[in-house]
Design a protein around this ligand. Structure first.
Ligand SMILES: [Zn+2]
Ligand SMILES: [Zn+2]
Ligand SMILES: [Zn+2]
Length: 479
């Protein structure tokens, strides 16, 4: 009796790859991606040329690569898209925030003495939501619905009554959130100047405000902000703040700025409405990590907190929907060449919102975006385009120019390090006379099925390696 052996397509592909004479180079290429979920595939070349003699010292051409292409990490910020690249982004954000609080990577150590505060800003109420309520000793007490909610209960943050929750106002607030934040930074400058007894113009000669912020979604679908605000001398992070700049003054001015921030826009009735922060906010001074103060916020905890949120999208509120919901044919308008779009039948929806596998709360948020987004007076808010972000048009993390180093600078350090390594391998250490010429073509995304097996192995090894290292060391591994 004969027996037929069948193997899966990924395994067959892996066997083909492993049979190549330069399989180890392909393996090395995939290891360098660190387990990226969806790398970018490119073809092309780069050449290292001696500027003075025009001698070509080194050529890298994807024609010489095992698969005729080069895989490059996707670089996506979101954990839901690519856990590997999001982890790189999280670490970079951690360093960015931490250097703005305790110095390092070009920011002086004296920065730790500048007054700074950790600020949490929220949206107003759009209707009552379920809460986890507990006594000081940790005993759970019933929420307004009559039940108790332990930590992790998916009901926490969702509306008590879906029929009366003001979805349209919630979505419009998100659409204005970036403007409200921008107005807040202006208000804060005014309040700090006022507290110091200076005019706006005089303020510039005495001090400068620096900040870094991330946006996060609460379970109810409202954007809120976590931010670090800091007072520097007029030249920025390297300059000592004036004597009047105390932590107390900054905290007081921040609270006043939050309360007085308002941005005019269109309300749900089509009339002028003033968009402002909600009554729930938090302003805390930040201590250096070796200071035994009474605030729970140290420079390290704040940096870790902000970095964690930098890798999240709206998934917390939208049941992991992380892609646009509008019809790509008509761009969500419902019309194509003045005729009803045949792909979405005029709804503007990429896939019927009614069919999405999400909770009713998330569906209602999406519907509000599509309903308002179809009305011409709200056209400028692009609510259908940003429906998957519950109306918030992006810009998750922003910082003022002189806060600390930049994400770009951190990436450049990594790139320079790699280039240096490859040059050292070629015996080229003096790079002043070298130029790099290159031309690349994008050909697609993702791995072949066999490569995916190799990438999965890299991810498994990463998990094991992470488990074996303590946190302090992991923070430094990337450099
Ligand atoms: Zn990636
Ligand atoms: Zn409840
Ligand atoms: Zn359409």
């Amino acid at each position: 009796m004969t027996q037929t052996h069948s193997i899966s397509a990924p395994l067959a592909n892996l066997i083909d790859l492993a049979a190549m004479h330069d399989f180890d180079r392909l393996q090395a290429q995939i290891e360098r991606l660190g387990g990226c979920a969806r790398p970018i595939q490119i073809t092309g070349f780069s050449a290292t040329i001696n500027k003075e003699t025009s001698e070509v010292l080194h050529v890298f051409n994807t024609d010489d690569e095992p698969t005729g292409r080069l895989l490059v990490a996707c670089g996506n910020r979101r954990t839901s898209r690519c856990p590997t690249c999001a982890e790189t982004y999280r670490r970079d954000t951690f360093h960015l925030i931490a250097t703005g609080l305790s110095g390092g990577k070009g920011t002086p150590k004296s920065i730790a003495t500048h007054p700074r505060a950790f600020v949490t800003l929220t949206a107003p109420s759009f209707g009552p939501v379920h809460h986890k309520i507990s006594t000081r000793s940790g005993v759970l007490k019933p929420c307004r619905c009559g039940h108790t909610h332990a930590a992790g209960d998916p009901l926490i943050g969702s509306p008590l009554n879906l029929d009366t929750y003001d979805y349209e106002s919630a979505v419009l607030w998100n659409a204005h959130a970036a403007k409200i934040w921008a107005r807040f930074t202006t208000r804060l400058r005014r309040e700090v100047a006022k507290a110091a007894g200076l005019s706006q113009r005089e303020f510039r000669d005495h001090a400068r405000l620096s900040y870094a912020k991330v946006a996060e979604y609460q379970a109810r679908g409202a954007v809120h902000f976590h931010a670090v605000v800091r007072i520097d001398g007029p030249e920025g992070s390297s300059d000592s703040p004036p004597a009047w700049a105390t932590s107390k003054l900054l905290t007081k001015a921040t609270k006043a700025a939050i309360k007085s921030t308002a941005v005019p826009g269109l309300g749900i009735d089509g009339n002028r409405h003033l968009y402002a922060f909600g009554k729930v906010f938090n302003v805390q001074p930040i201590r250096t990590h070796d200071f035994d103060g009474d605030t729970p916020f140290t420079d390290q905890t704040v940096a870790a907190y902000i970095a964690k949120y930098a890798t999240k999208g709206a998934e917390a509120a939208t049941d992991a929907i992380d892609h646009p919901l509008y019809c790509p044919t008509c761009q969500g308008t419902g019309y194509s060449d003045r005729y009803r779009c045949t792909r979405c039948d005029g709804t503007g929806e990429g896939q019927p919102i009614a069919h999405l596998v999400v909770a009713d709360h998330a569906r209602n948020l999406f519907r509000a975006c599509f309903n308002l987004g179809g009305r011409p007076e709200y056209g400028h808010l692009l609510l259908r385009k940003w429906a998957h972000m519950v109306g918030f048009p992006g810009h998750f993390s922003t910082k003022s120019r002189r806060y600390s180093t930049t994400l770009g600078a951190l990436r450049d350090v990594r790139r320079a390090w790699r280039t240096h390594q490859s040059r050292a391998a070629l015996g080229l250490l003096d790079d002043t006379t070298l130029v790099l010429e290159s031309a690349w073509t994008f050909i697609g995304t993702g791995y072949s099925p066999g490569e995916e097996l190799l990438a999965a192995q890299v991810r498994r090894e990463n998990v094991v390696a992470r488990d074996h290292k303590n946190c302090a060391r992991t923070e430094e591994v990337w450099l």
